[in-house]
Design a protein around this ligand. Structure first.
Ligand code: PMP
Length: 398
């Protein structure tokens, strides 16, 4: 089991590079995480030894590539403890996974409950589907308002679609309770897992969620691929999302019959190399001691939060009791964009802006934040350097 940050850092080549002449400190993990060597190698191995289109070739390479791609699906199924491998639908990422549900599970006029802290990708798909959105409030600490949720949840609700962890605030939502309450009324639940998966091990059967959306690139895997987990009976009852090759059993001009799960939802040549590399990321994550990782990230969060609060005029946005390793902040008299630019000069990568959560910015009456988001490969020393650099930046800006 990997539970030593110095050893873990050796697995990530980019962490040993420099930016603007300074050793890179990468605190933009919420946007995307870095990749271990095994994931990087998976690409060159695939294109060197395995490249062929999948699912339809009789030749050996095609069969081997198909096997490797389908093995990745099984790895993901087992990692997320889904009951069946066909419950894992490969998508381009969280965004496409949510769009799939918005296309195939709801219809115009259906009531969908989201929260005020959602990423645009868990707002706009429901608007495109012309659903009736009900928005659960978040309190001043950035916590999901359970009482408001209970008021909004009714037998008319078709779906509850909320984030597991907020990308902007770091709040970990009480998803088990949300699911329990929704199911009491016979309402299905989709969790946007984009920001949960880098920080914790998720068990979809234990959560009992109906859908779970996630992206490989946020869990130390490649861009361009992710997945939708869905309960088999729900996915079976849903119409296909896109039409094309692979998603059919037979096609004629008069009548087309659709393929079985999971292929029914996977039209066209998929991201084969990325899927296999996603499997390599899962292999890597299976070696991580998650108890250690959670404690390590919590320590970074506590330390960073205490230190940042010592700086004058700095306000943290998002102080939920249950929080992942994310510190979003605003500074009196300094624009977040300028803070990000100065930190970049010192080799420190943070995120600035609205983080694709414009309604949440409105809720807090701000235009954006500066955000440092941690992963298990970050260190306390990096947080120290970041705090010192931030203090210096603020002196320059104010
Ligand atoms: N939901 C949340 C909470 C996110 O943070 C993100 C990515 N920033 C997404 C959804 C969308 O993920 P992707 O761009 O990988 O589809």
């Amino acid at each position: 089991m990997k539970n030593n940050v110095i050893d873990i850092r050796k697995d990530f080549p980019i962490l040993h590079t420099s930016v603007n002449g300074k050793p890179l400190i990468y605190f933009d993990n919420g946007a995307t995480s870095q990749k271990p060597q095994s994931v990087i190698d998976s690409f060159s191995n695939y294109y060197t030894t395995l490249n062929a289109n999948i699912h339809r070739g009789v030749h050996t390479l095609s069969q081997q590539a198909t096997q490797a791609y389908e093995d990745a699906r099984v790895k993901i199924q087992q990692y997320f403890k889904a009951a069946h491998s066909e419950e894992i639908i490969f998508t381009r990422g969280t965004t496409e996974a949510i769009n799939l549900v918005a296309h195939s599970f709801v219809k115009k006029g259906d009531e969908v409950i989201i929260s005020a802290a959602e990423h645009h990708s868990n707002i706009v798909p429901w608007q495109l589907a012309e659903c009736n959105l009900q928005v659960v409030a978040v309190n001043d600490k950035g916590e999901f308002d359970n009482e408001d949720f209970k008021k909004k949840l009714s037998n008319n609700t078709k779906l509850v679609s909320v984030t597991h962890v907020s990308n902007t605030l770091g709040s970990i939502n009480p998803v088990k309770e949300i699911i329990r309450l929704a199911h009491e009324k016979g309402v299905k639940v989709l969790l946007d897992g984009a920001q949960a998966v880098p920080h914790m091990k998720v068990d979809v059967q234990d959560l009992d969620c109906d859908f779970y959306a996630f992206s490989a690139h946020k869990m130390f895997g490649p861009t361009g691929i992710g997945a939708l987990y869905g309960k088999r009976e729900l996915l079976n009852a849903m119409p296909p999302y896109q039409g094309g090759g692979d998603m059919i059993k037979s096609v004629s001009f008069e009548k087309t019959t659709y393929n079985d799960l999971p292929h029914k939802f996977e039209a066209g040549t998929p991201a084969i190399a990325e899927g296999i590399a996603f499997g390599a990321a899962i292999d890597y994550l299976n070696q991580i001691d998650w108890k250690w990782a959670a404690q390590h990230e919590h320590d970074l969060l506590e330390f960073g939060t205490a230190e940042i609060k010592k700086l004058e005029g700095v306000k943290i946005i998002g102080e939920a009791k249950e929080k992942a390793g994310v510190i979003s902040f605003v500074v009196e008299g300094a624009h977040h964009y300028d803070i990000g630019t100065l930190l970049d000069q010192m080799g420190i990568a943070i995120r600035t802006g609205h983080h694709c959560t414009e309604p949440l910015m409105k809720r807090f009456n701000i235009s954006g934040t500066a955000r440092a988001s941690f992963a298990f490969y970050n260190t306390k020393e990096e947080v120290e350097i970041f705090i010192n650099a931030l203090a210096r930046s603020l002196k320059m800006l104010r």
